[in-house]
Design a protein around this ligand. Structure first.
Ligand code: SAM
Length: 255
């Protein structure tokens, strides 16, 4: 499926909301990824405001981040001053060294599907690790979730990931990696937790979802008001982070 370029840049308009409302990633995921990867420099694709970057940088990783949105990149540099930030899309980034680790948090699906596996292979050192992860967020209560999804539907929101099960991006990544001889040692790990969101933070979270951000002007606020009317004080969210790991097979060359 082609990448929706217009939709891929809507996050930069909401840097503050993104930083305050979006969940981060579990510490155990970071230690698992670093335990799987050989020692050496790491590369992050689509780093955004640095929600994953900060956690990796805290482990002293030598980190280069690629992020196309200048507003996101500025927030990232302010938050993680020791990290190299390259402004641009991952497709245009030319690696200046072989990386021991390439990871992408909630962003790999924005990279051109025709090129992303070649780019990953080219960026990695032999036996270097690829770590792709996505957070899945869902309102925990299925009854409330259905009522919120009905509001989405009425307002033409196609795929709000908060209110309905969305395609598991890791499944596609694993399927493709399993059929690609340039990658080996495929592994998957799941991390789940719940978190209470008060109503305001929840609505801020909705405002960061691209399916809401791309609504025509004047359409977003009425939809949010209807969601708010269903919420009460707040809502319990269930988060699942799904991690896919693979390794560049030693001895493989570019296709
Ligand atoms: C959902 S955000 C995830 C940001 C961050 N990794 C996080 O976990 O919070 C997706 C990010 O991918 C970036 N992005 C979009 N298209 C991209 C591309 N072709 N190459 C690299 N990053 C891209 C966006 O600018 C945005 O920062």
């Amino acid at each position: 499926m082609a990448v929706d370029r217009e939709r891929s840049v809507v996050f930069g308009e909401a840097v503050g909301l993104y930083e305050s409302a979006r969940p981060g990633y579990p510490d155990r995921l970071v230690t698992d990824v670093l335990g799987y990867a050989p020692a050496g420099p790491a590369l992050e694709a689509g780093a955004g405001t640095g929600k994953a970057t900060a956690a990796f940088a805290a482990h002293g990783v030598d980190l280069t981040c690629v992020e196309p949105d200048a507003r996101m990149a500025a927030a990232l540099s302010a938050k993680c001053p020791g990290v190299r930030v390259e402004i641009g899309i991952f497709e245009d980034y030319v690696p200046d060294r072989p990386f021991a680790l390439l990871y992408s948090a909630q962003a790999w699906h924005w990279v051109d599907p025709e090129r992303r596996w070649d780019l990953a292979h080219a960026a990695l050192a032999p036996s270097g690790a690829l770590a792709l992860f996505w957070n899945h967020y869902l309102v925990t209560d299925p009854g409330l979730r259905a009522a919120l999804a009905e509001v989405d539907h009425r307002h033409g929101v196609s795929s709000s990931s908060l209110h309905q099960e969305t395609p598991i991006r890791n499944e596609e990544a694993q399927h493709l990696l399993a059929g690609d001889p340039r990658f080996t040692d495929l592994d998957e790990r799941l991390y789940s937790w719940t978190q209470w969101y008060d109503a305001d933070r929840y609505l801020d979270l909705v405002r960061t979802i691209s399916a809401y951000r791309i609504l025509p002007p004047g359409r977003q606020e009425p939809a949010l008001r209807e969601l708010a009317a269903l919420l009460g004080d707040g809502v319990e969210m269930t988060f699942v982070t799904d991690l896919t790991l693979a390794r560049r097979a030693p001895g493989t060359t570019a296709q």
